[in-house]
Ligand binder design. Structure first.
Ligand code: DUC
Ligand code: ZN
Ligand code: ZN
Length: 466
């Protein structure tokens, strides 16, 4: 009671009645129902006076326990979903992995085994197809029945997850038939590997050169190629972790031409830069090694990402949460940036970091909710249960305190990492209370969740298919 309910389409004073796991009603403040005064009859009243009441965050891009570069992402499903809950995210969509030579069904079963019984909040999967061949194409036919309606290909990482153009065309043709949304890691991997080897050969081995090798031209080129192959095959396309303004321009042009293409960016591409990575002392810049890489602030990529979020050239914000510790993981790349595991951990901070765009006037409150909850739910077939506070929806609700203020630090975060990519960031606003399917999991700085509360969500088809 008493809060301002914010949705993707508006805001206003409203009370929310929760019954069991679901939202039962959204009511004008002080309403009686069939003559009954509600506060007197409910088990519990949560006072949200002066606060925003928003649908729980949906982070559509996480990598819990992802094997990468001889190590594995440091958050398990247990620690990663707990950290997500702390940060107001009540649903994650993680990536099950199939590698070349492995059966898709086996990769998926392995992912279910990692997550089942361990998650604090609800979870769903996309499927990475790391080896497109006759068997994996056939296996794609079974994904929709498993509740997996999107899959990811990589134009980067030759020898690991990489698909060549022939494989991409075949997978997109199959996806277009099945109604699967194709997610693309759009960077030209073979060209990156040449540049990276040349840099190392020349003694340029520091973390900063990771970003030099992964030049924006190679993101723009791959984004363009993905768009053209998607157009050719009539496959809807979703480009993940867009960081280069030139890649945004490719997406915007394709959308203007009527093509069904979408893009996400991530908090790191809104706030962090290649110049800061260059300036970091010693090996510190390794904490910001991720792919796509951080971009030059002098070239204006960060401002352009904010602009694209406002103008809908980009449709949503996910984290690409892929945490690695500095000690024992990132430091594998001391002396050769190619061996630094790629990834930044942000699953706990996405809602707060995006809220700063509201504070600075770059996006509206409604757009904040749309980018972090409603569009992800619609894009990936979860809308109705997730992404909205309305009768019948899951009671995934966040009470957000605009008067709060937080300083992000590894000393206080809940992710399984020995550092923070966001150390010292001061954010206006704070998570006050988080409810997952009707259970309060975070309240007043205390955690009340438990592993196993979170359920596997079978997703429907994307609402953005036409
Ligand atoms: N990018 C990352 O930063 N980490 C994991 C995989 C990826 O594409
Ligand atoms: Zn990727
Ligand atoms: Zn990723």
């Amino acid at each position: 009671t008493g809060g301002t309910l914010v949705s993707a389409t508006g805001r206003g004073a409203a009370d929310v009645l929760v019954d069991g796991e679901r939202v039962a009603a959204v009511l004008a403040p002080g309403s009686t129902v069939l003559g009954v005064d509600l506060p007197a009859r409910v088990d519990r009243v949560i006072d949200a006076t002066g606060k925003y009441v928003i649908p729980g965050g949906v982070d559509a891009h996480t990598h819990m326990e992802l094997p990468f570069g001889g190590t594995a992402a440091s958050d398990t499903f247990e620690t990663g979903t707990r950290a997500a809950a702390w940060g107001g995210t009540t649903t994650i969509i993680d990536f099950a992995v199939q590698r070349a030579g492995e059966r898709v069904q086996d990769g998926l079963a392995a992912w279910h085994a990692k997550a089942a019984g361990n998650c604090a909040i609800d979870y769903a999967f996309h499927q990475i197809i790391g080896g497109v061949d006759d068997d994996s194409l056939k296996a794609m036919e079974g994904l929709v029945d498993e509740g997996i309606t999107s899959y990811k290909l990589f134009m980067a990482y030759p020898g690991v997850f990489y698909s060549d153009d022939a494989q991409i065309v075949r997978a997109m043709q199959k996806a277009a038939d099945l109604g699967l949304l194709t997610m693309m890691h759009a960077e030209n991997g073979p060209a990156i590997d040449v540049l990276a080897a040349q840099l190392v050969e020349a003694g340029k081995t520091a973390p900063y050169y990771h970003g030099v090798a992964r030049a924006w031209q190679l993101e723009e080129e791959a984004t363009h190629r993905a768009i053209m192959l998607a157009d050719l095959t009539r496959a809807p396309l979703y480009v993940v972790h867009v960081s280069a303004k030139q890649a945004v321009a490719q997406l915007a042009a394709a959308r203007d031409a009527g093509q069904n293409v979408f893009g996400e960016t991530c908090p790191q591409y809104l706030y962090l830069s290649l110049e800061e990575q260059l300036g970091a002392p010693g090996f510190e810049g390794a904490k910001w090694v991720c792919s796509t890489p951080l971009r030059s602030r002098a070239e204006g990529h960060q401002d352009h990402m904010w602009r694209a979020l406002r103008t809908n050239d980009l449709q949503m914000v996910s984290t690409d949460h892929c945490p690695f510790c500095m000690t024992g993981q990132k430091d594998l790349g001391l002396g050769d940036f190619r061996a630094i595991p790629n990834g930044i951990g942000s699953v706990e901070h996405r809602m707060d970091l995006l809220y700063q765009g509201v504070v600075t006037g770059q996006i509206t409150l409604e757009r904040w909710v749309e980018l972090t909850s409603t569009t992800p739910a619609r894009m990936f077939g979860l809308y109705g249960a997730k992404g909205v506070i309305a009768p019948g929806a899951d009671a995934d609700i966040v009470v957000y305190d605009p008067a709060g203020r937080t300083t992000i630090s590894a000393a206080t975060h809940h992710m399984s990492m020995d550092h923070s990519a966001w150390e010292g960031f001061e954010v206006d606003g704070a998570i006050d209370l988080v409810m997952s399917r009707g259970r309060v999991v975070v309240e007043g700085g205390a955690y009340h969740g438990r592993p196993g509360h979170g359920r596997y969500l079978k997703r429907g088809l994307s609402q953005y298919l036409v």
